[in-house]
Design a protein around this ligand. Structure first.
Ligand code: HEM
Length: 472
């Protein structure tokens, strides 16, 4: 049955994603939805179906397969741009994707990320010192002052670019991720501004290379002619934006969830004061059935992708090594701090997926998914937030409980060939950020009700006003 002949569930950026997820779950695994701009699509909303969609061999991220886009029937709508068009490897398929990902992936494997731990801890400490200088009677926006600044500094250091590469473009980045209702033109202006800055930055790095990822990417292009100038800009752009917009929402959503769950906050305060912060805390039991040691399917149902013949965990023709693609879960289990902070990060990823819907896929052939026929060319979204709230997967999914055994059973970093390249870095940053924050300010409390971000692609709060209550 054609998508256009079904009644469509409207996905509304301003809607409460938890409420939306509850309603979607009553409609089935693959639900016909209407996106902003009045575009019809499918959304996979339970865990199994979302995982299947993310790795399905008959779904591609190449928008050329979407006839409505090619024929101009899709409106140039601001919200749609976020899930349809994008940069570099995230929207590439097949060999292009493998090549682009391979070039960037060496910086995100276990050893280089582990080596960043000390530096991330230092940056977190500096940012928390800066907060101490604020008037203690005034609320502080923790999202802006801490959750945002930490990943920005880290990713800029990894790329070897000045902080201003992001902070100077902050408005432009924010307009891209959560644009206002003033249309697609706004996004194009933001994109052009970012591209201009990155082109200038590449020229500077080319003249004076350093020991950093930007120089390595330039080198890879110049040596083997593998990255075009545009691909280079797109790759930098993707790593910069993915490197901070999502992690900032992970950190702020973790704090927000705790502030809304006083009994969990009490556990965290106790851990921060030395009560149960190490491996002996009540949460340190390994995380249940979601614990995986690779990025592949844990049920064998989704072990292929449109762009890869395998899960991406083998070092074969995908060009993607197991270490590039794994979830980082094994690292965390071996981590002496497999305690409250790691549990908190995992449960936040499940409870409050920073990516609300993963980017669009398109059917390359007619395909049956969750008992539904998706016709060739039809677009399909994976609802990562809804998957985390799947009642078939998690008991009382709307309860935030870092002790739940299924807390690692989420798709917040995607699945398959496009599995998040920065997952290990994001997890490390969030764990360090939360431990440092609550150790320093265990008595911090909410100072107002945060407003939700209105977006179908990202999920979190616009601001997180808190009182730090230092030295209470
Ligand atoms: C891809 C989530 C942090 C770099 C993805 C995808 C998701 C995701 C869901 C797959 C999208 C899809 O299949 O449509 C997250 C979350 C993060 C985070 C929740 C933080 C909490 C990061 C960081 C970096 C990063 C810190 C880099 C420094 C990337 C890249 C891709 C990606 C390069 C594209 C991979 C590919 O297409 O092969 N991320 N991400 N992400 N992420 Fe992340």
């Amino acid at each position: 049955m054609s998508l256009t002949h079904r009644s469509l569930f409207p996905l509304v950026p301003q809607a409460d994603p938890a409420q939306e997820a509850r309603q979607l779950h009553t409609e089935g695994g693959l639900v016909p939805v209407r996106l902003p701009g009045d575009v019809a699509a499918w959304a996979a909303v339970d865990h199994t179906t979302a995982q299947l969609v993310l790795g399905h061999p008959d779904l591609t991220k190449d928008a050329a397969y979407w006839p409505d886009l090619a024929s101009g029937r899709v409106p140039d709508h601001w919200e749609l741009i976020a899930v349809i068009r994008g940069a570099g490897m995230l929207h590439a398929g097949g060999d292009d994707h493998r090549r682009l990902r391979k070039l960037a992936s060496s910086a995100f494997t276990r050893a280089p990320i582990a080596a960043l731990e000390g530096r991330i801890t230092e940056i977190a400490g500096q940012l928390l010192d800066d907060l101490a200088a604020a008037d203690p009677r005034e609320p502080v926006d923790l999202r802006d002052r801490f959750a945002y600044r930490l990943p920005v500094r880290v990713i800029c250091e990894v790329l070897g670019v000045p902080d201003t590469a992001v902070s100077g473009l902050r408005d432009a980045f924010e307009r891209l991720v959560t644009p206002q209702e003033d249309g697609a033109e706004d996004i194009r202006v933001a994109q052009a501004e970012i591209h201009r800055s990155l082109t200038a930055l590449i020229a500077t790095k080319r003249a004076a290379p350093g020991d950093d990822l930007t120089s390595a990417l330039i080198q890879a292009r110049d040596d083997g002619d593998r990255l075009s100038e545009e691909e280079l800009v797109e790759t930098l752009f993707l790593i910069l934006i993915a490197g901070h917009e999502t992690t900032l929402n992970l950190i702020s959503s973790a704090v927000h969830a705790l502030l809304e769950h006083p009994e969990k906050l009490a556990h965290v305060r106790e851990a921060a004061r030395g009560g149960s912060g190490g491996g002996t805390c009540p949460y340190a039991h390994g995380g249940g059935r979601g614990v995986r040691t690779d990025a592949g399917a844990d049920d064998g149902s989704a072990d292929t992708d449109a762009e890869a013949d395998d899960t991406g965990v083998k070092a074969d023709d995908t060009g993607v090594k197991a270490d590039d693609m794994d979830t980082g879960m094994d690292t965390d289990i071996a981590d002496p701090d497999d305690g409250i902070w790691t549990a908190l990060v995992d449960e936040t990823l499940r409870f409050s997926s920073p990516v609300r819907h993963a980017l669009m896929r398109y059917a390359v052939e007619d395909v049956d998914i969750a008992g539904v026929r998706v016709a060739r060319g039809e677009p399909v979204l994976a609802g990562l937030f809804a998957a985390g709230r799947d009642p078939g997967r998690h008991t009382e999914p709307d309860v935030f409980d870092p002790a739940r055994p299924t807390r690692r059973d989420h798709l917040a970093f995607g699945h398959g060939a496009h599995y998040c390249l920065g997952a290990r870095l994001a997890r490390l940053e969030a764990r360090i950020a939360l431990a440092a924050l609550f150790t320093r300010y265990p008595d911090l409390e909410a100072a107002g009700t945060p407003e939700r971000l209105a977006s179908i692609s990202v999920q979190g709060v616009r601001a997180l006003p808190v009182r730090l209550n230092a030295g209470r």
